[in-house]
Design a protein around this ligand. Structure first.
Ligand code: PMP
Length: 357
């Protein structure tokens, strides 16, 4: 078996030890004689997995006991709709900090059904920066932000400091560093970067959010009903939830979020160190708000960018093409992207810049 260095933005690299555990569970899950994908979602075996996934997420993120945790389908994108549907009444409005594509899409979904304001938008500079602070509009019911911009490579250092309930799209940096969940009304994340495969979305709901959710909505979209049924209103992604449970076990075995964050910081420093070492490379994001998860950069020309992607691919460094809305190059270095992968990329960049500079 030969595994390449995977810098894909998502679905993204998972720990090999987790993939091997999944492989083992496929034909016979823990001696049940039934394969992982063949287990009933109502079985005792799956119930134990489901509960353990929730317990681990609660432990890893220090989620307050009175918050609810769901593993839903529909991706982070469905939460763009479910959040305003459940939290906003017809005469109310929410604020959006538009720091990139995903916050913009979330705002667009909210506007489709409710009132919503973009109180900050960095489109003019192609989302290379973040606001130092934001002022919610008077009477805003909640404020939506995206902690890490997967495409443009910017990341807030911390939860926003505002006095309205905060909704955070943590899809691309959940469990990459400690975070104060208790400062949020809702946290959600598609699993396919730091938590597991696509097809599972972690949704964390505060008592405030649960109180606001009116109930009586179409069942799949109804937080009250989904919480009442513990996310088992219909058949959940059983495979994905087991994978997520195993990834969280790996996070805990790796020393938890402090240890993971230290490693993520070291990886990001190595990569940005190379970008800053020579004028050959240009980083997209302003230095003070650089993401530790998605590093967006470019070489001196679009032709060299294309050559870089092709040569890197041939050398076993995969997924380095920048998103079409920013161009250039992007290295996603999520939790499971090892120090060795980042080292290999830095060495390749040094060689490439020496040959083409
Ligand atoms: N938010 C962020 C920050 C993302 O990076 C993505 C996907 N890359 C999404 C939302 C959309 O996620 P999904 O595909 O799970 O709907």
């Amino acid at each position: 078996m030969s595994r390449c260095h995977n810098f894909s933005a998502g679905p993204a690299v998972l720990p090999l030890s987790v993939i091997e555990q999944l492989q083992q569970a496929l034909p016979d899950f823990q001696g049940t004689g039934l394969g992982l994908m063949e287990l009933s979602h109502r079985s005792a075996a799956f119930d134990a997995v489901h509960r353990s996934a929730e317990e681990r997420l609660r432990r890893v993120l220090s989620i307050p006991d009175d918050y609810r945790v769901l593993f839903l389908q529909g991706g982070a994108s469905l939460q763009f709709h479910m959040i305003p549907l459940n939290l906003l009444r017809a005469d109310e409005s929410a604020d959006f900090v538009v720091t990139g594509t995903w916050a913009k899409k979330a705002h667009a979904e909210a506007v489709r059904i409710r009132q919503a304001q973009a109180i900050w938008d960095a489109a003019e500079t192609n989302y290379d920066r973040l606001p130092a602070s934001v002022t919610p509009s008077p009477g805003a019911t909640y404020l939506h932000y995206c902690s890490n911009n997967t495409i443009f490579g910017t990341q807030f250092p911390d939860a926003l400091d505002v006095d309205v309930p905060l909704v955070c799209d943590m899809s691309s940096d959940i469990c990459s560093r400690p975070v104060d969940v208790s400062r949020h009304a809702v946290v959600f994340a598609g699993a396919q970067k730091n938590l597991g495969p696509s097809g599972v979305t972690a949704v964390i709901l505060s008592p405030w959010a649960m109180q606001r959710a009116p109930g009586g909505l179409p069942p799949m979209l109804d937080y009250q009903l989904q919480v009442d049924k513990r996310g088992l209103f219909n058949t959940p992604n059983t495979f994905g939830i087991y994978a997520l449970e195993r990834v969280l076990a790996w996070v805990e075995e790796s020393g938890g979020l402090d240890a993971i964050a230290a490693q993520n910081e070291a990886k990001a420093q190595a990569l940005y160190g190379e970008i800053d070492r020579t004028p050959f490379w240009t980083g997209h994001a302003e230095r003070t708000v650089r993401s530790q998860m998605n590093v967006a950069f470019r070489s001196p020309s679009a032709q060299l960018d294309a050559a870089f992607v092709a040569e890197a691919d041939a050398a076993g460094l995969k997924g380095l093409k920048g998103h079409r809305s920013v161009g250039g190059l992007r290295a996603s270095i999520y939790n499971a992207c090892g120090v060795d992968s980042v080292g290999a990329l830095v060495a390749f960049m040094q060689d490439f810049s020496a040959r083409n500079g």
